[in-house]
Design a binder for this molecule. Structure first.
Ligand code: SAM
Length: 254
């Protein structure tokens, strides 16, 4: 096998949730960190910003504007920054990610913002139980090795009634759109991603990881199984992405 084949095979195995997923994901995000923001906006034609704002609105921070919130798998902390700029917000935001170069790449955005970057794995957060008013993860949860553990960990850190919002890619269900989407995601995106990032396999991993991620109903079911209540989801842009919203149940209720 050539070295290129080995890396491509690792990308496939990692996207399918193999044992190498954690190390592979950490490595690729650390490697693409300096170009991540640029690529995000170019590859999504800037729609990612609109999707993040919609997801943040579902967090309903107006319910507790002085509360503490978590931007999970924060990357370069775009979500944390948006939350900290919401009108009337006077709380704190923790941006947690296990790839330190991603947090460092976003460090310039957070000065004087009340955002605390923390290097941590989503399956084992250094946060006491029942502390946070809300948590949100944007385009991160499908990358976590151990989805169910991460969901239980998100539940653990929330106050009863605290919200958890998940923004994640999905696959359109309308056949013609799905065909166009696959053409773009599996052929155009890896090419542009490789040209701009200089990374050979990172942008092959992305479409494969989306294809292997649970569909909306299945993710909602896994959130309920983790202990969340009031789980709902909404499709964005004809099913290219979805927002799931859930709450930690109040004691004695389900
Ligand atoms: C596609 S980026 C999303 C970054 C950011 N949330 C955004 O909206 O642009 C996915 C991020 O998830 C992080 N990640 C993946 N698995 C993780 C884990 N188990 N624990 C913490 N962070 C993780 C990666 O390091 C990466 O920064």
């Amino acid at each position: 096998m050539l070295a290129t084949d080995i890396d491509s095979a690792t990308a496939s195995a990692a996207a399918a949730g193999g044992a190498e997923k954690r190390a592979y994901v950490k490595r690729i995000f650390s490697e693409i960190a300096p170009r991540y923001d640029l690529l995000n906006h170019v590859l999504s034609l800037n729609i990612d910003r609109r999707w993040r704002r919609k997801a943040i609105a579902r967090l309903e921070v107006e319910r507790d504007q002085a509360g503490r919130y978590l931007d999970l798998c924060a990357g370069t902390m775009d979500v944390a920054v948006e939350i900290s700029r919401l009108p009337g917000f006077r709380g704190l935001v923790v941006g947690a990610d296990f790839a330190e170069p991603m947090l460092k790449a976003g460090a310039g955005k957070i000065s004087g913002s009340g955002i605390t970057p923390v290097t941590a794995d989503a399956v084992q957060l250094p946060i006491a139980s029942g502390q946070l008013a809300g948590a949100i993860v944007a385009f991160g949860i499908r990358n976590v090795a151990g989805l169910d553990e991460a969901l239980r960990e998100a539940l653990r850190i929330l106050v009863p009634g605290g919200r958890f919002v998940v923004l994640e890619f999905s696959t359109p269900r309308i056949r013609i759109l799905r065909a166009l989407y696959r053409l773009y995601f599996h052929h155009v995106l890896p090419l542009i991603g490789r040209l701009i990032s200089g990374h050979r396999t990172a942008y092959q991993y992305l479409p494969r990881s989306v294809a292997n991620f649970p569909v909306e109903e299945e993710l909602a079911r896994r959130m309920e199984a983790a202990g969340f209540a009031k789980v709902t989801w909404t499709s964005l842009s004809f099913g290219v992405a979805a927002i799931h919203v859930a709450e930690r149940p109040m004691p004695g209720r389900k």
